[in-house]
Design a protein. Structure first.
Length: 134
């Protein structure tokens, strides 16, 4: 994936060096924030599956996850701000196209997930619902 991105954007060796230099001071913080967010999302899923269901536990886990996601996004934003001046206008346009593709893909996945959840497919309820309707 990384080599494909480098090729698609058309990064030169000097640019790659500068980008590494921009990322390195933030690497530890980014990795820690990613780990914290992953752990918090696991807690959120566990809260959703807990028996009995506790809406306050879900709200709390969700609030923590969103706070950690915000912290991560702020750090990523700082890094992106440091990388932008390294790229040419053409490369910046290519990065924006790639980000648009990620956004579109995320929206499609979320819509598909929502539709499947509503239809009961994710919980294996689709066939059960059909049996009840008959």
């Amino acid at each position: 994936v990384r080599k494909g991105i480098i090729k698609r954007i058309g990064l030169t060796e000097p640019q790659l060096y500068e980008i590494r230099e921009a990322i390195d001071p933030h690497r530890g913080k980014l990795l820690a924030q990613i780990t914290e967010l992953k752990d918090t999302r696991i807690e959120l899923v566990e809260a959703l599956a807990a028996e009995p269901f506790d809406p306050e536990r879900v709200r709390s886990a969700h609030a923590i996850a969103m706070s950690r996601e915000l912290d991560l996004m702020l750090t990523v934003g700082i890094v992106i701000g440091e990388i932008r001046p390294i790229l040419t206008d053409k490369q910046l346009r290519e990065v924006e196209e790639m980000m648009e593709e990620v956004r579109d893909s995320s929206e499609v996945r979320f819509a598909d997930f929502t539709a499947k959840m509503a239809a009961g497919e994710l919980l294996g309820l689709k066939d059960q619902n059909r049996d009840r309707d008959d």
